[in-house]
Each structure stands twice: as C-alpha cells, then as structure tokens.
Design a protein around this ligand. Structure first.
Ligand code: ADP
Ligand code: MG
Length: 287
C-alpha cells in the first residue's frame, strides 16, 4: 500500500523557452495510505499539475516523487505500474470516453492490465455499482448518456483498475447540486469500502469540508497550508487573504460568535452547525 512523498517537487512548463512558466515550486508533501485529502486553490494554482505527478504522467523538472521511498523517475517499469495503482480521473473525464459501448469503456483499464475475461467482468460490474451506473446501459453508446451519467462511466473506468490511490480532479465541475452530492457520496463509499487513498481536487470549500480529513491549500504553485479541516478553517482571515472562502457554516458560526453566542470552533458543515445550535438551545452549552 503506497505512501506518496514529494520532495522539493518543482514543475516548470516549457522550461528554457520564452513561454516558461513555473507551475509548482518546492512542494514537500507526504500522503499515507487511506487518507482522504482535499486539494484546494484558485484556477492556475498548480493543483492539476501536482496530481499528474502522482502517477508519473508528468515528471518533475526539479525535486522528486517517491512511492514507498522509490523515486518514480528512476524506473519506467515503476511508472507503468503506477498508472494502475494511482487512478487519475481528469477534469471533465467524459471527453475521454471513446469506445462504442459503456461496458467497453469501463473495461478499458482492466483489459490493459491483461486480466482474465471473468476478472474484467467482475471489476466492471463492481466499479459500475460503486458509481451508480446501471447494468441496463452497459450496451449503450456513451454518446447517448446524460452529462452526469457520462461522468460516472468515466469514473467507473478508473475505479475498475482497483487503484489503491484514487485521484479526482474537480470531479463535480459542471454538474447540478444533486449530481455533485451523489458523486461525492459514491467517492466516500469507495473510500470506506476499499481503504483506498482519496485525493480530491476541488474549488468548493463546502465539498472539501464535508469529505476530506486533511486539506492542502495551493497558491501560485506553492502548498501554503496543510492540516485538518479544523486547523485550516480556524484560519479564516488567512484564507480570505488568499481569496478563498471558509465554508458557509464556519462563516455563520463566526458571525454568531461576534453576537456573543457561544458556538464552538469545530463547525464547518451544516449538520455540525445545526447540532451546535440545537445543543445551545437545549442545554445552553455548545456541541
Ligand atoms: P490548477 O489545476 O490549479 O488550475 P494548473 O496546474 O492547471 O492549475 O496550472 C498551473 C500553472 O501552470 C498555470 O499558470 C497554468 O497556466 C500553467 N499550465 C498548466 N498546464 C500547462 C501547460 N500544458 N503548458 C504551459 N503551462 C501550463
Ligand atoms: Mg486544474
């Protein structure tokens, strides 16, 4: 089960050309098996560039990415293995559906792993189940599906490789609130059922607050904050300076505090805030 570590990871696009741009600079992060990590930051802060290093899709222009202590740069074979161990769901993955049926699309990864037909079939059905793709649509063309269904098929295609690390780059972008909620719930269920590491890139504080147990904040190619949701959201002023919002529940809690209503610091989801307010009402004490 891999531990991923980046040491002084730097990535410069088009290095040495007039178009040179520093996308990541000196990133030192260690992610252990089973963690649910949220990566947050503005567009252009380096999130997508960072996650593409985790399975060797991009190679560092400086520093290293280590998998269980082994440098990904050192071995082509290891990078090949990593493509299956670290499943990367790109932003708008539905644009990468290309087979003529849903079944073939979901089975693409396992087929590349040279598994038996029976094992491929088992994995396709399991992955489809995780993300709510009904078996009745297996023989449909992905082109016939709604946007939300296409997204699910694309995620199932990565899950079918049973990655021990699942990286999702803005998996809810462009979906309606119900679609967002249901896909995030599916990811959470996958995490609980398999113990896989989840790395979720999102620009939504609300999503991250609800699901991740660790948050890493990216600003201009630097990882500037790294901690539990409590630790990160307690620094509301710093987040606002960066131009990021705290979750709505945290904002309401801090306004209540300004009114001398004694809600605790731990409120960053609506259910937590609700419990805190209800317990105040009942007992006059915080949650
Ligand atoms: P995010 O995912 O947080 O929006 P990105 O990793 O996509 O950030 O981008 C980080 C920086 O790298 C940005 O300045 C972006 O313009 C630049 N960048 C991203 N991809 C490329 C690329 N293929 N070529 C050149 N510059 C790029
Ligand atoms: Mg991105």
């Amino acid at each position: 089960m891999p531990t991923i570590k980046t040491q002084a990871l730097t990535h410069i696009y088009s290095q040495g050309s007039p178009f040179e741009s520093i996308a990541l600079e000196n990133i030192n992060i260690e992610i252990s098996q089973g963690e649910f990590v949220g990566l947050i930051g503005h567009t252009g802060s380096g999130k997508s560039t960072f996650v593409q290093h985790l399975n060797g899709l991009l190679l560092p222009t400086g520093g290293r990415v280590l998998l269980d202590g082994v440098d990904l740069n050192s071995s082509k074979k290891l990078r090949h293995e990593m493509r299956f161990k670290v499943g990367l769901v790109f932003q708008y993955p539905e644009y990468q559906l290309f087979e003529d049926t849903v079944y073939k699309d979901i089975s693409f990864g396992p087929r590349n792993m040279k598994l038996s037909k029976a094992e491929i079939d088992e994995r396709v059905r399991e992955a489809a189940g995780f993300v709510g793709v009904p078996e009745e649509i297996f023989e449909k063309s992905p082109l016939e599906l709604s946007g939300g269904q296409k997204r699910r098929v694309a995620i199932a295609g990565v899950i079918a490789m049973r990655p021990s690390v699942l990286v999702l780059d803005e998996p809810t972008a462009g979906l309606d609130p119900e679609g967002c909620e249901s896909i995030l719930k599916n990811i959470c269920d996958y995490h609980e059922a398999t113990g896989a590491t989840i790395i979720l890139v999102s620009h939504s504080m609300e999503d991250i607050a609800r699901y991740a147990s660790r948050l890493i904040v990216f600003v201009d190619g630097h990882a500037v904050m790294d901690g539990s949701p409590e630790e990160i959201f307690s620094q509301a002023d710093r987040l606002r300076t960066i131009g990021l919002d705290v979750p709505v529940a945290t904002d309401i809690a801090s306004r209540l505090k300004q009114l001398n209503i004694d809600v605790p610091d731990c409120c960053y989801t609506i259910p937590q805030l609700k419990n805190a307010i209800l317990s105040l009402k009942k007992e006059g004490t915080p949650c």
